[in-house]
Design a protein around this ligand. Structure first.
Ligand code: XUL
Ligand code: CO
Length: 446
């Protein structure tokens, strides 16, 4: 199915593919949904509303399939030499053809995915304005919405030493231009959220880095973004995407807890929430479920980037999800927290480099959507059964008694508790946590 259309062609890029439909678990059609039945009601909401999935523009339509050892292999017509704006226009048409055929309610983009950089800041700004007109028309035509936009503050050489954390305030101002434009783009296109991933906000060595100063700069930048959001009346959520490493040795937004502390320090804990990505959690030494549960426990849950890493590789492989266990446990944490609100599941995932045919984009997303739908069903069964929640409830039941309540209410102090322990000759015994039994129970829900 590899073809060589000119960038200017308006022919369908995926002519062999009709819209992807739900055909049920027994179908043999590899390009049909087996579990994702958009209108099926699960725990009182449609699967469509639970998933709110998004296709990311960058991996699926911008990345040419290169890696550090080799050049691009995908040979999409808009990747070769030619007028960058004409190529961006063709890429946009193909992207919306794909979003429509896969049935995606949302997409996500960086400013530079949509529009070429140009020879100057002014040209880049104009290119984006031009492409936003096209994007708006395509969204009106197809009904595809924007889950979030973001600014690429890591690709251009000026950002080699960071954007907001750069030693040069001129770079900070260039970043402000890009974020203003990308945030206003989200506002104009009715985006549900705006994301900030600190692409190069970190350090490679402390020998050349003033860590405290860079923290102040980053805090100032985030406050400027929030002020601008309110100034223009953007109602979507502002989200930070934690990641511990890559491209820098140490990224400041290491994990949910590090970003939580940063937000509190800069007075932003009620303004910014989190976009949690599966493999960023793994790279930080956590499970995806942990990062979701941490964010939810602190009122910071925003949206999810739903890709995965590889157990043998220590870098960000950005693979499509396919582990039912990982996805189900994430859903369980999510459903217990009441869902994602304005967030959704963004496939920040890319094909393997050998998956050179356009149809591979369909296989990847169909599988990703279906594993999410299946995970939702497992987690819904866990919730409906209630046995696991009941176990947790029982485990902490004593905290509902007089002693537990008085400790948490602040009615006692350390010395009084010490005396109480002695007076009552307390001798608590270990209680089984039942981990194996609970793990066995999970396997019943599949
Ligand atoms: C990088 C990453 C980004 C963000 C958006 O690892 O996940 O694609 O999601 O900038
Ligand atoms: Co991401």
């Amino acid at each position: 199915m590899t073809r060589t259309l000119e960038p200017s062609s308006t022919d369908p890029f995926f002519p062999e593919i009709e819209s992807v439909r739900f055909a049920g678990p027994d179908t043999d059609d590899p390009l049909a949904y087996r579990y994702y039945d958009a209108d099926r009601i699960v725990l009182g909401r449609s699967m469509r509303d639970h998933l709110r999935f998004a296709v990311c523009y960058w991996h699926s339509f911008c990345w040419p399939g290169d890696d550090v050892f080799g050049e691009g292999v995908f040979a999409r017509p808009w990747h070769g030499a030619g007028d960058p704006l004409a190529q961006a226009e063709r890429k946009l048409e193909v992207a919306f053809e794909f979003f429509s055929k896969i049935g995606a309610p949302f997409y996500t983009f960086h400013d530079r995915d949509l529009a070429p950089e140009g020879a100057s800041l002014a040209e880049g700004h104009e290119n984006l304005a031009h492409m936003l007109d096209r994007a708006e028309a395509a969204m009106d035509r197809t009904g595809v919405g924007l889950l979030w936009s973001t600014a690429n503050l890591f690709g251009h050489p000026r950002y080699a030493a960071g954007a907001a954390t750069n030693p040069d305030p001129d770079v900070f101002a260039c970043a402000a231009l890009q974020v203003r434009d990308a945030l206003e783009a989200a506002h104009r296109l009715g985006g549900a959220n705006y994301v900030l991933w600190g692409g190069r906000e970190g350090y490679d060595t402390l020998l050349n880095t003033d860590l405290a100063r860079e923290n102040r700069q980053l805090g100032r930048f985030m406050n400027l973004v929030v002020e601008h959001k309110h100034k223009i009346g953007f109602e979507g959520a502002i989200l930070i995407e934690p990641k511990p490493m890559e491209p820098t040795k140490h990224q400041y937004d290491f994990d949910a807890a590090a970003v939580h502390a940063f937000l509190q320090e800069h007075g932003l804990e009620n303004e910014i929430r989190l976009n949690i990505e599966v493999n960023h959690a793994t790279l930080a030494g956590h499970s995806f479920q942990h990062e979701i549960a941490y964010a939810a426990a602190h009122g910071l849950l925003g949206s999810l980037d739903i890709n995965r890493g590889d157990p043998q590789l220590g870098w960000d492989t950005d693979q499509f999800p396919n582990s039912l266990e990982e996805v189900s446990l994430a859903w369980y944490a999510l459903l217990q927290a009441g869902g994602l609100g304005s967030g959704g599941f963004n496939f920040d995932a890319k094909l393997r480099r050998q998956s050179v045919e356009p149809v591979d984009l369909f296989h990847a997303h169909v599988g990703g959507v279906d594993i999410l739908a299946r995970g939702l069903l497992v987690a819904a069964a866990m919730i409906e059964d209630g046995a696991i929640a009941e176990h947790v409830e029982q485990r902490y039941a004593a905290w509902g008694g007089d002693l537990g309540r008085s400790i948490l209410a602040g009615d006692t102090d350390l010395a009084a508790l010490a005396d109480l322990a002695l007076d009552r000759k307390l001798d608590p015994k270990p209680v089984s946590g039942r981990q194996e039994a609970l793990e066995n129970r999970i396997n019943r829900y599949r």
